[in-house]
Design a protein around this ligand. Sequence first.
Ligand SMILES: CC(=O)SCCNC(=O)CCNC(=O)[C@H](O)C(C)(C)COP(=O)(O)OP(=O)(O)OC[C@H]1O[C@@H](n2cnc3c(N)ncnc32)[C@H](O)[C@@H]1OP(=O)(O)O
Length: 406
Amino acid sequence: MSEFHVRAVAEGEQRACLEVLEQALHAKPISDEDWAKMAPSWPAAGKFAAFDDHDTPVGISSSFDIELTVPGGRKLVTAAVDGVAVRADWTRRGILTTMMSAQLEDFAARGVPLAALHASEGVIYGRYGYGAATFDRGVFVERPRAQVRDGVGRDGVVRFVTPAEAVERVPALYNRFEGTRPGFAARPAQWWPGFFDRLVTGDGGYRVAIHSGPDGDDGFVVYQTIDTRDRTAPERGAILEIRELHAGTPEAWAGLWRFLLSVDLVSGVAGRGRPLDEPIAALLTDPRAVNTTEIIDELWVRLVDVLTALRARTYGTAEPVVLEVLDKQLPDNNGRYLVGPGGVERTTAEAELRLDVAELASLYFGQGFFRDLVVAGRIEVLDEGAVDRADALFHTARAAWCGTFF
Ligand SMILES: CC(=O)SCCNC(=O)CCNC(=O)[C@H](O)C(C)(C)COP(=O)(O)OP(=O)(O)OC[C@H]1O[C@@H](n2cnc3c(N)ncnc32)[C@H](O)[C@@H]1OP(=O)(O)O
């Protein structure tokens, strides 16, 4: 059997690595035109690949640095892991495992305290210390029933912009939002060409509309319409599918929804990947016009440096708890941590709860409960009183949401 070796991707090898990814994701081969758009978002830096005996790439794992807002509002440098794939004729030989090790060691050596990714499947990343940490919601709003309440979302103006204007204006607009929501991602310059520009200048028929309030532009939406009408059912209308909707103020958010629900010949507005606590039902006269179509994990998070990550966030009011963390890949993280509202430190005190770093990661953004993972046999309880304390410390009222795909 042929052997593989994993190394950093060299300049000029990116496109061949992207081909591995596109094939594994069952996408079309990348055209020259598409590559020209993608290339700025696909530098060699931050990529590890597996190569066969002929130095042909057969696996790829990529990342770039972003900043994520953690509970309490601080921003933490995070390795955004994207573009992970192994060619179908090379799977289940340990290539992903080798690439993940190389990548995690690189993050640790560079002092990057967090890593995050969107998982294609739920069974892959737990073994590398990642846990599902934020969640999002699919919604379908039935347009004929959906009346926005009077007196909200009326003060601003919504206007279409051309793809070229969107490419020029939206990044600066987004960067002004400065999210305080846990999970919010500051998008680096590298992110925009391959994700946003490619979307709005491509042939998917996406429209971009910007909302302006009293202080200027303060929100935007990217959507496409899918016409489901035919001669036998003309009343069916089109489905308007939101791809991105971000707003800097509640009024801008309400104004954008008011606009979307006003578009004619549309029977429903659908959105995937929306925040769990987006108050669409509260905005409408008939809350039953809003249907939740799915709730699914969004960001999988890895605490690369447990102490730095735990220290970066704030905690609720409760007596401190002693957690013993187990980390097979990054053993420097092994040990006990005293976590309380006053701060976090390493300790030699007796452990009260013992858990793997993946379980801790899944609770880090304040979603989910220690109690649930105890019930599921995923946290060892050494002191029963610690479970409620840990939940009071870690859980956050506001739903964590990233809203940025990578
Ligand atoms: C962040 C992102 O980019 S998400 C996108 C991920 N990419 C994809 O889904 C593209 C299609 N899939 C693939 O390219 C590959 O199957 C990968 C990358 C998911 C896995 O690569 P492989 O090289 O086969 O993984 P590797 O051999 O290291 O497997 C390690 C372990 O995970 C298990 N595993 C890996 N992938 C899967 C899977 N999709 N389903 C179930 N188990 C899996 C293996 O069985 C193995 O288990 P073991 O240690 O008990 O033997």
